[in-house]
Each structure stands twice: as C-alpha cells, then as structure tokens.
Design a protein around this ligand. Structure first.
Ligand code: ARG
Length: 272
C-alpha cells in the first residue's frame, strides 16, 4: 500500500537547559548523569530530520530553570487553528505553559486557556479522518478527565477518553500514536481493559506493538502519514511499520530518554 505524506508544521524547543533534577515519572533518576551537549546534538538531528522531510519547524526559546521544556508536546493541543492551553500537573513544569501561550498569541492563533490540569499533546492525539475528526485523550496519571470535556468544548471535536494504567506510560503519547489521518499504533497493556476494547472498536486496523517496543519509547513517534520518525532503539517496531507500508526514519534520542521522553514528546503539531 502506498502511504502518502502530508506536509506538517511542528513546534520544538531545544534542550539547552535539559537536566534531570527531580522525579515526576519512573524513567527519571537524578543520580544518572545527563550530558546536555549530547542531548542538544541529538535534538538538533531530530529537528533537521523533520525539516529534511519537508516540514515546517518552529522553535520556542528555551528558558533557564525549566529543564523539561524540551518536551514541547506538553505545552498545548492544537486542532483547526485553535490552541487549547496546558496546565501542568507538577509545579516544576508549571511555568512552561506561559511560554507556549505567548507563542500562540504572538503568532495570532486562537488560544483557549485551560482551567484544569492537562498536559497538552502529551495526552491528546488527533485523527482528522477517523469518524469525521476524532480526539483521543489519556487520563490516569497527568491529564484530568475534566480537561477532556474542556478540550471538546474548546475544539468542537468528539473526545474519546482512554485510561492509562501503567506508570511507565504516563502520557498517552508514550503508548499510542497517530500513523496517518485515520489510523493509530498502540501498546494495548498501557490501557485499561475497557479502553483497549474502545480502541479495538474504533481502530480495527490499528498496528499493535509489544511491550519491548513500548519500553524503547517506540510509540512516542511522529508520523506525517508516510515517514515515521521514531527512536532508534525500537528496530522491531520499525520493521512492523515498514511491512505496513510506512517509511521508518530512526533518530537517536537516548539522552532525552533519561527525562522520560523521546521523539513525540519533543514535538507539538501546529494544525491550521
Ligand atoms: N520529564 C517530563 C515529564 O515527566 C517528560 C515529558 C514527556 N513528554 C511527553 N509528551 N510524553 O513531564
């Protein structure tokens, strides 16, 4: 099957101030040294890879004292030109939300401020061609279920709530990704039994990944419909995706994994 790429706009933030100095997910360990220069080099490779695939890449200015700001996916969730803002669960990341809000307001996007905890595209995914335009939303660790209704009101698209149950996969984007406008890849055991059933009903043709790929941050990928940019460590998933007609593009983000993130965490999609 011939898969078609669609040109995208992405927002990224360089890991200039990246460190691991607090623990808010099971991947973070302040006793393990972080090589910030290495993180910047790997991130630069990710940015150049996305640009090299023909996508527009916007950059947010990194701020000292916000070591997780590289994970730009968490700053908002954008559909049809409307940005629904984030409200971070942990105080260590709270100030990131304002930087994202400023970006959207300065660039003339409609910005809807949140009133409840939600971590942006970390916990929201959008499938424009699934059932006429469907938002998937995770809860259980970070984003509160009240934010799902708030997102639906802000964005005018149906929101499907999915319960995350494994702390390793604390954001939706660590366990599920949109491969194209209508299909997803996911790791079933990251979700409750009922949410797995919902996913099977909505996406009977989904690509299903084993735990090995999920633990290698393989589901934390960015796809343009054809090119699937994903962490180098998940060779198994890359083969599965190639067999399904996609074009895997591996990038090494081993340093950022120490913060509990990979490709998708670094990328927010700007959907006009
Ligand atoms: N250390 C960050 C946190 O725990 C990592 C965020 C990863 N972002 C993501 N979209 N999954 O909040």
């Amino acid at each position: 099957m011939e898969r078609l790429a669609r040109q995208r706009s992405y927002l990224l933030c360089p890991p200039t101030h990246f460190t691991v100095e607090y623990v808010i997910n099971p991947w973070m360990d302040p006793d393990i040294a972080v090589d910030t220069a290495h993180a910047v080099a790997q991130w630069t490779d990710l940015r150049d890879t996305l640009a090299g695939l023909g996508h527009e890449v916007c950059e947010l200015a990194p701020e000292p004292g916000l070591p997780d700001m590289v994970f730009a996916a968490n700053g908002a969730f954008v559909v049809d030109g409307v940005a629904y803002g984030a409200q971070f669960k942990y105080p260590q990341r709270a100030a990131e939300a304002k930087a994202h809000q400023r970006f959207y307001e300065d660039a003339g996007w409609r910005f809807v401020p949140p009133t409840v905890v939600n971590e942006g595209e970390g916990d929201f995914a959008y499938l424009p061609a699934a059932h006429g335009g469907l938002i998937l939303a995770g809860f259980g660790f970070r984003t509160e279920t009240d934010a799902h209704g708030e997102a639906q009101e802000a964005l005018g698209r149906p929101v499907i709530s999915l319960k995350l149950v494994d702390p390793h996969f604390y954001h939706l984007d660590t366990a599920l990704a949109a491969l194209d406008d209508g299909n997803v890849v996911y790791y079933p055991a990251a979700f409750s039994d009922s949410s797995q059933r919902v996913l099977r009903q909505l996406f009977p043709d989904a690509v299903v990944a084993p735990r090995e790929d999920a633990m290698a941050f393989g589901l934390n990928l960015v796809s343009d419909g054809r090119n699937v940019v994903l962490n180098t460590e998940c060779a198994g998933l890359a083969r599965t995706l190639a067999a399904a007609g996609y074009h895997p593009v591996p990038v090494d983000l081993s340093e950022l994994k120490k913060g509990g993130g990979s490709v998708k965490c670094c990328v927010a999609e700007l959907r006009r």
